[in-house]
Write a protein that binds this ligand. Sequence first.
Ligand code: AMP
Length: 185
Amino acid sequence: MPEEIIYLGFGSNLGDRQEFCDRAIALMNLLPLSRVTGVSSYYETEPVDPEGRLGESWFYNGVVRVESSLSPTRLLGILQETERALGREDTDRHGPRTIDFDILLFGQHCIDQPGLTVPHPRLHQRRFVLEPLVELDPALKHPTLHRSMSELLEAIQDPSRVNKLDIKPGSKYRSRLACSVPPLS
Ligand code: AMP
């Protein structure tokens, strides 16, 4: 596969949300054929279900930009395995989750296959997705709506609250540094 710029959304609203998001970023750094080229701030966000109803357990959300030669299907498979490894249960799709990943954008590709729709069909309706996307790449164009992420954010109707947090993303798991070989003395 040629290399593509991919935007992945992540979120957690169960347990130590910062810890799960930090682990998610550490694992994104280990994706094969890929490198992480951007990580948004964390945002604490009010939960909304697909019918637009507000819930109780607030999320931590963010977006990672990855340059990757993985196929969309392989990437989705790895993300779903990672969700399971981080303790996500599949019993209630809209219930609390330790970690949730979404493939938001895969280059400018449009994918519509069983189990995978890209661009993510609700991307343009969700403040908790658009705010971190705008932080990373405000001029990035939506492949089918042909509007930039900042234009989509200006037009959004979503009333849920989204608060940018003053936390360094990934700060609990600097795994590469921790594993680096000490200099010879
Ligand atoms: P969720 O509970 O929001 O993580 O949704 C997971 C389900 O959405 C899985 O069955 C995926 O196969 C499906 N899905 C469809 N499109 C996407 C996408 N762009 N990113 C992640 N999951 C997707």
